[in-house]
Design a protein around this ligand. Sequence first.
Ligand code: SF4
Length: 449
Amino acid sequence: MRAIGLLSGGLDSTLAARVLLDQGVEVIGINYSTGFCMNDHRRSLARPDEDPKRMRNEGLRAGADLGIPIEVLDAGEAYLRMVLNPKHGYGKRANPCIDCRIYMIHGAAEYMREHGGHFVFTGEVLGQRPMSQHLQALNLIEKECGIAGHLLRPLSAKHLPPTIPERLGWIDREKLLGINGRSRKEQMAYSTAKGINDYPQPSGGCCFLADENFARRFHDKREHSKVEEIRREEMILLKVGRHFRLAPRVKIIVARDEAENQFLSRYLSGGWRFEVLDCGSPITLVEGDPDEPTRQLIASITSNKVFALDAELKLARQSLLKFRNHLSAALQEPPNEQDASDFYQRLAAQSNGMIALDRSRSCVGELLGGISPDPNPELAESLKALFVFVHASLTRADVERNPEPVRDALAILETHRQTWLELMERLVDGRSGGGKSQPIAAGGNSWTT
Ligand code: SF4
């Protein structure tokens, strides 16, 4: 018997495959690349301090652990069209889970017809997800996939009518499971018993479509575009940076760190791009065609020292972390003569971090110099104290080659930046509500992140 299963690599799909393998079934896993997987995105940014586990393809990892082949399929343009216009609507965020399941199971069925197989299986659990895993939704999905009777859900099989593989005796129904509900306790106990210990956090997010922040940007995009004209690239850009809608047809994306700067620099596509050269400023990409006052606003946002400082500090911290890792590895195992030159080259590469640290301190100096006692001397004094502390932290990081003080400086800066963003939001709200606040630009502005 050969079964084709959707294998995301999460706990449920891995267990479902295990249950069938234990019955001697040959299993082939299908892993869809949808363009909305968080791990794929982390991998494409490859931040130096990212945990490698959070960048791996869990489907491939689970396939290797289970010893089964995995086919990675590109969900393609048709998937994007479905996401933008789902027949069965969205869940709480931008997640069209029912249509998504139908799309993937349909694809697995196609694969089965083409390559041979007897039935399709999934790791779905009755009652686990409010939108797509209640009984009615499971029945609907099976019906619309066109493989009625040939879709097995091994984890909840005992709560569901017997499928053809069970009725024909290909599968022993008694050895299937009867899990039901949102708790993962049973799955975890079963996986421990089966020696399955390496899997992503069961309740951890892995799909951008179910992420609150992404969903806000996604629906903003749908609202301000002709849905049928939205391109894949525009969806990719929803995952990075800070997004500010400055006018109904103009939105900007501001990179948050060096990794996002590099990512955005690959997506220029002939539109406007703002950057303050040679000072470590964030890259700002513009969607739409801004008029002159809006261009001036974008320039002032891009050159805002707080954003520039933020990007520099992140670069400095990443470099210092690398520096510290190299150093502690060398202390544990000093490089032999052959490896020494490579080792010192890698340490020298961290000089980028030192340069970023220098630039950060200049930024802080400029911010300090720009604080005026008017109109609020008390606020000016506390801001000064804050930036003096940041400056001292950076000096300590430099002298000690230690990333920790940079982290403290970043935390302080984060508070300061949030205050700045809230102030901008209040200005926008005041304007749209007909209040007395000054407008920040022509056009109806709003902040989508
Ligand atoms: S969370 Fe994302 S990948 Fe999972 S079913 Fe919903 S839309 Fe599809």
